[in-house]
Design a protein around this ligand. Structure first.
Ligand code: ADP
Ligand code: MG
Length: 266
């Protein structure tokens, strides 16, 4: 496993890297959450996060048991869903103040997303799925150089010979790598990835993560991932453990001294 950065782990389990100063958006944070509450229309799940900040240019792993709200939080940060109460600011914008259409535009233009279920378009080839951001984001130009980079990226993650296939003829691990290529090809400043290596064997996992971190380091992107795989955690500057969050409906009192809170300044 390659890790270009050195790391320190303090007693709270929060990792801090010294060799890459964070880049700064308007306030130095890519994500800022305050007094967040979110409940789905059905069911009694409720996610409550009083405060969470992710510094621009940092790398953070969200871990926690299944059903604790990791995917829900990524969707809130991406503006796919909006909070029931409180605020989620992403790239300096409180995205719940935007219309549905403006939120979609914001997401397309600002965020790279690897969905847990990949969300590939079944009627497009693998190559056209990877190139999709260049078709839906008017700020991106689909130059020949981009196609070359897409092919090179696909080669690097081991799906270079599948570019003409439809997604339904791919394995889960191959679909996952298409989703990763699609998210990182435009080199977004904010990458959100939901268990992006969950279907990969150890060698493919390392190769994909090396490629993702190479881009993240090159453009000083903020990288937030959800993972069940504790073997990956050494690559990340911060670990946010969802066990610290009270996600059950009966949880009315928030613990104030959990590790994730202490890590928020970083
Ligand atoms: P994780 O990603 O940590 O496994 P999720 O964020 O997917 O957890 O889900 C958190 C909780 O919300 C779970 O109890 C799940 O059943 C519930 N949930 C997820 N999506 C929906 C939905 N669309 N409607 C109602 N409940 C949902
Ligand atoms: Mg999930």
């Amino acid at each position: 496993m390659r890790n270009d950065r050195t790391s320190n782990v303090d007693e709270s389990g929060i990792r801090a890297h010294a060799d890459r100063p964070p880049t700064h958006d308007t306030d130095g944070s890519t994500v800022r959450i305050a007094n967040l509450e979110f409940a789905y229309d059905e069911g009694d799940f409720c996610l409550r996060i009083p405060a969470l900040e992710v510094a621009s240019g940092s790398t953070v792993a969200f871990i926690g048991p299944s059903g604790s709200g990791k995917t829900t939080l990524l969707h809130l940060i991406a503006g796919i869903t909006t909070p029931s109460r409180g605020h989620v600011q992403t790239q300096g914008v409180d995205i719940s103040t935007l219309s549905d259409a403006a939120r979609r535009e914001f997401r397309i233009q600002q965020i790279g997303l690897v969905f847990q279920e990949f969300e590939l378009l079944e009627y497009l080839s693998v190559l056209d799925n990877i190139l999709l951001p260049y078709r839906i984001n008017p700020a991106l130009r689909l130059q020949p150089e981009v196609r070359d980079r897409a092919r090179a990226l696909a080669d690097e993650v081991g799906i270079g010979d599948l570019l003409g296939r439809c997604p339904k003829r791919l394995s889960q691990g191959e679909r996952q790598r298409v989703a990763v290529c699609r998210a990182i090809l435009p080199e977004p400043r904010l990458l959100l990835a939901d268990e992006p290596t969950g279907n990969l064997d150890p060698a493919s996992k390392d190769r994909v993560l090396d490629i993702v971190f190479a881009y993240v380091n090159r453009v000083r992107a903020t990288f937030i991932t959800v993972t069940h795989d504790h073997a990956l955690l050494g690559r990340f500057e911060r670990i946010v453990d969802f066990k610290s969050f009270h996600s059950a409906s009966e949880a009315n009192v928030w613990p104030q001294s959990v590790a994730v809170q202490r890590g928020m300044a970083g």
